[in-house]
Design a binder for this molecule. Structure first.
Ligand code: 3HC
Length: 308
């Protein structure tokens, strides 16, 4: 047996060559998903670089992380506020920011993209990053509804590409969907799962299909709730109360639509309708279209189905 074969066999049987350690993560996009991902990664002791277009956006993201950590500390160090401050300082020390995406990925183990849900912009970004990231760097997208396979197709690292779909609010939601495209290698998949474990998340594995598992069920459910209201069968408030008290959901569908952003759901449903026009579950909603055209996008704009 040659030395290489021996090492390969040993590696495969012990897992040594199957997984790479993730010590540095670059999160592209400092919105609510991006800053949540950066927070939980930094909390797990990894170094994180958060990238966005301007320093103002990045400062806002850092402030959001700091506020979220205050909520954690309030419970964890209720009796010892100075220890809490130290805890926050330590975590914030693991986070750096940059407006230069190619510069930020030069020496990273994992890139997690959490930018605007626009395929062309994502492809442009991955094309650019693929040229400068080291060979072993794994690329992942946090897209909620776009094709990972299509994004990966513009890179020379399709075997080191996958989806990591987090849920809002990231620090609280325990799940990450790990999405495999046909080209994703076992080593890449194992590394992604191990990273999720390290940051305290539970993973499920799924193929690259529209909405993966959660959104494929959740989005049609929310759309059915909207159609129920459009028909005048019940009010948003009554539907929310019904689903919270009758089905045990932490939020009703309208509270959730407002929480995640009415525009986000519109984007998802419009995209799926365009791709699968014969599926009635994916039909667009006049009420959602009206709210979005009026700028009533939910909590972030102060009004959606409810006023805040
Ligand atoms: N950071 C840190 N802690 C947070 C937090 C954050 N961002 N948000 C909430 N918390 C903590 C609070 O400190 C509080 O802790 P305590 O009870 O120990 O004091 C606890 O969470 C509960 O918070 P609240 O009292 O403010 O409110 P709730 O009890 O309603 O919980 C919730 C908030 C966790 C958001 C809960 O309502 C929930 O689970 N809602 C459903 C969310 C959901 O379905 N998310 C998935 C959306 S789909 C998605 O993300 C897909 C994507 O593709 C769009």
């Amino acid at each position: 047996m040659s030395f290489t074969t021996h090492i390969l066999r040993r590696g495969l049987s012990t897992g040594v060559l199957r997984m790479a350690a993730v010590n540095h993560v670059t999160v592209i996009g400092g919105g609510s998903m991006g800053n949540g991902i950066a927070q939980v990664t930094a909390q797990a002791g990894c170094q994180v670089t958060m990238v966005d277009q301007t320093d103002e956006i990045l400062q806002k993201s850092v402030n959001t992380i700091s506020k979220s950590l205050q909520r954690v500390v309030k419970k964890k160090f209720a009796d010892d506020p100075s220890k809490g401050e130290e805890f926050i300082k330590g975590i914030m020390g693991n986070i750096s920011t940059s407006t230069d995406a190619p510069g930020a990925v030069a020496n990273t183990d994992l890139v997690i993209e959490a930018i605007i849900e626009n395929m062309d912009i994502k492809k442009k970004l991955f094309t650019e990053l693929d040229k400068v990231a080291k060979e072993s760097t794994i690329f992942a997208s946090n897209t909620s509804s776009l094709s990972i396979t299509e994004m990966a197709s513009v890179t020379q690292r399709q075997d080191r590409f996958g989806g990591l779909h987090f849920f809002n609010p990231v620090p609280m939601m325990k799940l990450v969907e790990v999405v495999r495209i046909p080209q994703t290698s076992d080593a890449t998949y194992d590394t992604l799962v191990e990273y999720c474990k390290k940051i305290g998340k539970t993973t499920v594995s799924c193929k690259d299909t529209p909405g993966f598992i959660v959104n494929r069920l959740l989005v049609p459910y929310m759309m059915e709730a909207v159609r129920l209201v459009e028909r005048g069968d019940a009010t948003p408030r009554d539907v929310d109360t019904a689903m919270k008290l009758g089905a045990g959901y932490p939020m009703g569908p309208f509270e959730l639509l407002d929480y995640t952003g009415v525009d986000i759901s519109k984007f998802v449903i419009d995209g799926w309708h365009e791709k699968y026009p014969d599926n009635p579950l994916f039909n667009p909603s006049p009420l959602i279209n009206k709210l979005v055209s009026e700028g009533k996008l939910g909590r972030k704009t102060g009004e959606g189905f409810y006023k805040y």
